[in-house]
Each structure stands twice: as structure tokens, then as C-alpha cells.
Design a protein around this ligand. Sequence first.
Ligand code: ADP
Length: 587
Amino acid sequence: METPVSFLNWSLHKLLKTEGDHFHKASIKIIFCLLAFSLIKASIVIGVAFHYQQDLQLQRAVVMLVIYTILLKFLLADKANMRVVAHVMVWLGLLLIWSNVFLFAQSINILTLQFVFMLILGSFCIMNPRFGIIYSVVATLPVILHLVFGSKLHLEGISPNELASPGYEMMVVLNFVTIVMCHYLFQQSFKSNIEEKEALNKQLQVAVKEANLAAESKSEFLSTMTHELRTPLNSVIGISQLLMQDSHSREQEVSLQILKFSAENLYSLINNILDFNKLGSDKLDLEDIPVHLDDLVRDTCLGLRFQAQQKEIDFVLNIDEAINGRGIITDPTRITQIIYNLAGNAIKFTEQGSVSVDLKVLRVNEQILKVRFSVIDTGIGISADKQEAIFESFTQASVSTARNFGGTGLGLAIVKRLLLLFDSGIQVESAPGAGSTFYFDIDFKLHQGPADSLTEGPEADFDLRDLKILVAEDNHMNRLLLVKVFARWNNKPEFAVNGQEAIDKINSNPYDVVLMDLHMPLVDGFEAARAIRAMADPLRSGVRIIALTASVSDNLSYKIREAGMDDFLYKPFKLNDLYLKLRRMPV
Ligand code: ADP
């Protein structure tokens, strides 16, 4: 609670203590200074006028003294009174100027000009510019009127009554002191303000630097983590793919499918987190790859169908006849990711009934195929007030969602941002208990080249017996996986466990292809590739090098080509894709 200021306390300290802004502080000091000097000046006038019996001057000075004292006390009581005090002071100043010009001096003397100057200065320093201009005009008006009309405007029969000497001279000196003081105070506040801004700017620069460092280490941590997670996942997914090709019992097949889909789910979760990071920093670009849209969606739905079966709900895929067999140019990974997220949610939030993925052609011409994708479920539905929020990152429709269904609240945020890259947007129609429909439209460019560039050869025909392959890979599990994979393709590759060993092996033996892991101890894949390209023998230096990487750093493809490597494949990779890369066929 504010303590009242005693009548004898004339200190400004209390007002200034609670004011943080330098300009406001300066305004308070300037008003205080003007009032204090006015009190001194009024006292001097009272003394001189009394001595020389200048009654009118005496009366004016007494009234001023009383008003100035009240104003000073009023100001010191609360800084909120400053505005009222400032206006009353200005009005008193105007009264002084007008009465000087037309009554007391009936001319323009130094004192009047000083008052005009102080009034302009004061009104601009302690009020807003609008009042500054208005009061300045009113203060200069009598001076201009006097200059234009001379004595014609003076009151008849009243002779001038200027303050007698030395009162007049003392007033002039004190006015100059007041003007200098006001300027000094204003200049001080200006300086303090600039110093404070500079200090704040420095703090801001430090904070921005720290925030950038934190963001950098976050993305570094994320890429390291994803690298570390992807490497073992490569073996899990690869081995499960291999095992599924073997003959096994029905029971084993179910277990293998669970293993494969769990691994793929984990992989898609890792990718979601990574993409979220990339999408946030605008680092994600779409690829342009020719694919058959129907095959792509069918492949994507294989895993989803299995998930639906596990929950004993129907899974229906409807693809418009007009899409079948059509080649389009798109980013298949992102299309898969969008469908996987939407249909994955649909299955997750549906306990009975069905989940359908519908592809309908909206428009088709020579170049463009416009398709509406709809993912429809008969699940729990979403209330209208949540339908916008679920697209925000880390947001779920209710607090119990994570507990009952799991999830991170990232999937739809990623879908929304990915669709923006396709110049599209996601729509939802849903009601609690009545299921949900998520849909979006995409304009695909039709692929004009030969259709067979889109197809993969059947796995049974895969044969690599004609290739001499060196695999540079430090991860033991991945080496074991590749031994098994290549054995199926009638090949027995040689292995190096780091970049240096790869260089030594190539020095002693030429190879057709090197599969080069980028992240290896001693000499990494980039360095090894550069050393190989620098070899004198063209048979060795010209070897085809395919990078294998679980890394996700920016500009990876540029860095790989710059190190002289021919191609690359992300881990975990599909065995088919590895084969196609080795055979120089499009993946
Ligand atoms: P997650 O599924 O990991 O929680 P998403 O961003 O994919 O995160 O979804 C956000 C929220 O939207 C979900 O938690 C859920 O509350 C709601 N939601 C998404 N899809 C559906 C759906 N098909 N049916 C009901 N609710 C859904």
C-alpha cells in the first residue's frame, strides 16, 4: 500500500523510485525543476514588488506562489497527477505571457521571450507532440499579434508596469538557469535511454546466439539419435524381409509379419520426428520420381491391412479405375507417409467397423491427374471444437488419448505440413461416435516416359554373380545381413570394417562396386571415397561407389557427389532397392 507523503517532505525520491522509464523520469524531474524555480521566482517578485509597491505585480506573484506550492505538493503525492500538473503549469505560463505582452510590459521584452521558449520546451518535453504544437502556437500568438498590430491591441488607459530592477535582472538570470537545467535533464535521460538500449541489444544478441546454439545442438542430437536408431533397425527390417522370403509355417509367418510391421512402425515414428524437425526449419524438399500411383498405394496399404486384421476390422482400398496403370511423377516416400499416418490413425481410433482408403480421379488431361484421397473410418470420431487443434503439433483430441491409444500428436501436424509442399490442404469431417473422414486433393504430373521404367523385376530373378563387390561397413550386424542377402543373389562380397581397410583392399584388388558406409571409424566413407578417386590406376579409381547411410544431415546428396561417389541409399533400405542400385536401375 502507498504511504502518504508528509507535508514537509518535498523529496522527489518516492516518485522516481517507482518509475522505470528514463523519459518519464526526465519529465518528472523537468516539471519538478520548473515548479521549484517558479516558486523561487515568485518569491523574488513578491519581495521586489512589495518594496517598490507594484501592487498588480505583487498580487499576480502571490497567486502564482500559492498555485505553484499546491501543484508541487499535488505532484509529489502521486506521479499519476503529473498530467494535470503539467497542463495547469502550461496554462499559468500562457497567462504570464499574454499578461506580460498586453498588460505588464506592453512590449516584447527578454522575460516574455524566455517564457515563450520555456513553454515550448516544457510542453514538448512533458506532454505529447499534439499538445506541444497546440500550446506552442498559443504561446507565440501574442508575440506575433504584438509584432503585427503593435499598441493597437493594448488596453486603453493602463500604463506598463514592468518589474523593477534588480527583480527583472534576477528573473532573466533564473530563467536562463531553468532553461539550461531542463536541457541538461532531457539530455541525461536521452543518454541513459541509449545506454540502456545498447545493453539490451547486447543481451539480445547473446540470447539469440544461445538460442541458435540450442537449436543447432537439438538438430545435431536428433540426427545422431536417428542415425543410431536406424543402423540397428536396418538389420531388423532386412532380416525380417529375408526371413519372410523363406518357407515357414503359418504361425511363423504371423510372427514374422508382426516383427516386420513393428520394425516398420518404429521406422516411420523415427522418420516422423526427424521430418517434424526438418519441416520446422524448411529443410524438406519433395523428390520427383516416376511411379505407378496404384502400385504405390497398394504397397502402402499392405502393412495397414495387416494392422486392421489384427484389430478385426475391415480394411477397404478403392482405387478409381482411371488411376490403374498410370505413371505419375511424385515423391513416393511422402505420399506413403501421408497415407500411413492418416490410415494408421483411422485403424488406431476404430474398434469395430471398417477403415477405407479411397482414391478418386477429379480431373485428368494430358499432363495432370487430380486425385482426391479419402481415409474413412467408423471409429470414435472427433468433436467439432477439436477438429482444428488436432493438426497442431503435440496435440491430441483429449487428454486421455495418449493413455488409451498412445501416440505423440505429431502425425497430423506432419501430414498438414507435407500437404502444403504438395500445394494441398487436409480437410476433416467427423462427429463423436460417428467416425471420421480425412481427405485431400493432389494434382500429379503425369509421367510421359516409358511405363516399364517404373516396374521392379521379380525378386526370384535377382542375380549378382557377375559383380565383384566390396562392402565397407563397420556394423557387425549389418555385415551379417549383407552376407545373407548377397548369398541369395549368388554373390559373396568382400568386407572392410573401416575406410582405410577399404582403400587397402582396392589397392590390392580391383572391384566393380563398393558399398560404402559413410559413418566408420578411422577413415570415414567420404575420406575413403576421395582416396579411391585419387588412385593412379583408372581401373581402381573408377570403381562405382554407392554410399549407404543412416545419416540425415542436410545436403547429404551434394556431399556424397562432391566426395566422388556415384549414388546412395538410405538405411534401412528395401532389399529390392539395393539390388536395383547395384544394377544401375531406377529405384
Ligand atoms: P497421434 O495419433 O500420435 O496422437 P496425430 O497428430 O496423428 O497424433 O493425431 C492427433 C489427434 O487427433 C489424435 O491424438 C486423436 O485424438 C485425433 N485423431 C486423429 N485421427 C483420428 C481419427 N481417425 N479418429 C479419431 N481421432 C483422430
